[in-house]
Design a binder for this molecule. Structure first.
Ligand code: APR
Length: 179
């Protein structure tokens, strides 16, 4: 009997998302789904060709024009300790256009996909805060609010922050949220 939708526990971890022994890790992909730099590059490099093969199949079938920003789709995790990779496309930061709803959607749609997989532990990177230049503190607040806004059957959401600055920023945002 799977538990009813609820609010998942949130943990903040300093580390490499490719090493997380969780059911699903979320990839900050681009709409091509064919790999890139940053965490996308690390996931494909360490997960191996099976991930890209699944991505190519998605492009050849449901996502002929690429994965739209804010949406999420799952593939195998290949050689990674996780079972699945949930690829989502974050918005590029814009100082003039408010794209925060798209960044929130990356999180809620990834959890929705996780529910279809019966995944109970999901790791997120700091989506859009690297090459897409989103200010980390703002991204942290959006990510936390989004994860807590959407009932899900996921039990644990783990934010995995690769560098000290991102970790400190996300941990502080989470402390402020709980205060
Ligand atoms: N584990 C966890 N986090 C990581 C890892 C890793 N192994 N490698 C990088 N990161 C962090 C970065 O430090 C940053 O905080 O992931 C966060 C997101 O940065 P990017 O990977 O640059 O992603 P994003 O800003 O969303 O830009 C997406 O970059 O890699 C390309 O194909 C991708 O075009 C897309 C764009």
């Amino acid at each position: 009997m799977t538990p009813p939708p609820h609010t998942p526990s949130i943990t903040m971890v300093r580390g490499d998302i490719t090493e997380q022994p969780v059911d699903a890790i979320v990839n900050a992909a681009n709409s091509s789904l064919l790999g890139g730099g940053g965490v996308d590059g690390a996931i494909h490099r360490k997960g191996g060709p099976a991930i890209l093969a699944d991505c190519r199949t998605l492009r050849a079938t449901q996502y002929g024009r690429g994965l739209p920003t804010g949406q999420a789709v799952a593939t195998t995790a290949g050689r990674l300790p996780a079972h699945w990779v949930i690829h989502t496309v974050g918005p590029v930061y814009s100082p003039t256009e408010d794209r925060s709803a798209l960044l929130a959607a990356c999180h809620t749609n990834s959890l929705r996909v996780a529910d279809t997989l019966d995944a109970t532990t999901v790791a997120f990177p700091a989506i859009s805060t690297g090459i897409y230049r989103w200010p980390v503190a703002d991204a942290a607040a959006i990510a936390i609010a989004a994860v807590l806004s959407a009932p899900t059957r996921v039990q644990e959401v783990r934010f995995v922050l690769y560098d000290e600055r991102a970790y400190e920023t996300f941990a502080r945002a989470w402390q402020e949220w709980q205060a």
